[in-house]
Design a protein around this ligand. Structure first.
Ligand code: FPP
Length: 310
């Protein structure tokens, strides 16, 4: 039986948050969030999360079709969902914790979203884990994130490989620690034949740079006589973008959490006709409920691609 829920603390272990309670009002449910007394986990403490999660999901997915929540239809499911997982820092700050704790909590939200994406028949999930523009953040936070990426890849890789999940990483990997570069190469190699579900992680990624490197590559090919200028079209550019690692390069749905209404240099070319969903919650609070709400909203949209409804 699959279980990704965090352990529920016993009732007397729950205490309403005393300071500025209104800031902890869950915008979705209008209920107050609670935290454990003696506060939050120690900064270096590992989160206690049940393992073999995505693996269980994929196995179940193969065996039977998961019943969907009310309001969702399998045939209307987006093929590709992209997510800007924003608000980890503010989530941590609200709790008096360093930003790294927000990122750690964000991994749990990511696990939940991967889990239901695979269950519901979404084929590709692209997550913005680290923007090229994030390199200017404090060294301690950047190093924490790099270690976190390594930890997550190490702990999940066998499950991904075994259960048909392909992992791809886009972005300028040359700036990443060598140990992380090796892990990424290994993860991509081990899972490259998998086709049930694809997780694309954008790390050190810049949408502008993606378009730029595609232009440079095409220009070089034209210079070398491999491409004629009149043959340069959208399809050729698509083939040169970093999302050429997937069969479905154009996200149907982009989700951004934390109330910010920006695209922030994510998949710029690829988002041309993407439906947008902005959620008020910080990423660690988004999880399954937020994701289902985004999918329901998506399934109610009319996509016209510049045309008219019949
Ligand atoms: C944005 O929140 C989030 C990030 C920069 C990092 C997100 C990374 C994870 C959730 C870990 C994912 C792990 C893998 C392996 C994919 P922010 O810090 O910008 O939030 P703020 O705007 O509130 O400061």
């Amino acid at each position: 039986m699959l279980s990704l829920r965090l352990p529920i603390p016993s009732e007397n272990a729950l205490a309403p948050l005393k300071t500025k309670p209104s800031r902890f009002l869950n915008p979705r449910t209008q209920t107050h969030l609670y935290c454990l007394p003696s506060a939050a986990p120690k900064p270096q403490a590992k989160l206690q999360i049940p393992r073999a999660t995505t693996a269980d999901v994929a196995r179940k997915d193969l065996e039977e079709e998961e019943p969907l929540p009310e309001g969702l239809r399998r045939e209307l499911m987006p093929k590709h969902v992209a997510v800007i997982m924003d608000g980890n820092g503010r989530w941590a700050k609200q709790r008096g914790l360093p930003p790294g704790e927000g990122h750690k909590a964000g991994v749990e939200s990511l696990r939940a979203v991967i889990e239901i994406s695979a269950r519901y028949g979404i084929k590709v999930l692209t997550v913005f884990a680290f923007s090229y523009d994030n390199w200017i953040r404090p060294k301690v936070e950047v190093e924490f994130l790099m270690s976190l990426f390594e930890e997550v890849i190490k702990s999940e890789l066998d499950n991904f490989a075994r259960e048909g999940i392909r992992v791809s990483v886009i972005g300028d990997s040359t700036k990443l620690p060598i140990s992380l570069q090796k892990l990424i190469a290994d993860a991509e190699e081990k899972t490259k034949e998998n086709s049930i579900f694809q997780l694309i992680v954008a790390v050190s990624y810049s949408g502008k740079y993606d378009v730029l490197q595609a232009c440079k590559s095409i220009a070089q090919k034209a210079k070398d006589g491999l491409v004629q200028v009149e043959d340069i079209d959208e399809s050729l550019i698509e083939q040169e973008l970093e999302t050429n690692c997937t069969e479905f390069p154009y996200p149907d749905l982009l989700i951004r959490t934390s109330g910010e209404l920006r695209v922030s240099n994510f998949l710029l070319w690829q988002l041309a006709y993407t439906e947008l969903f902005f959620a008020p919650e910080f990423w660690p609070d988004f999880g399954k409920d937020g994701f289902v709400e985004a999918l329901v909203s998506f399934q109610q949209r009319q996509r016209r691609y510049g045309g008219r409804n019949t």
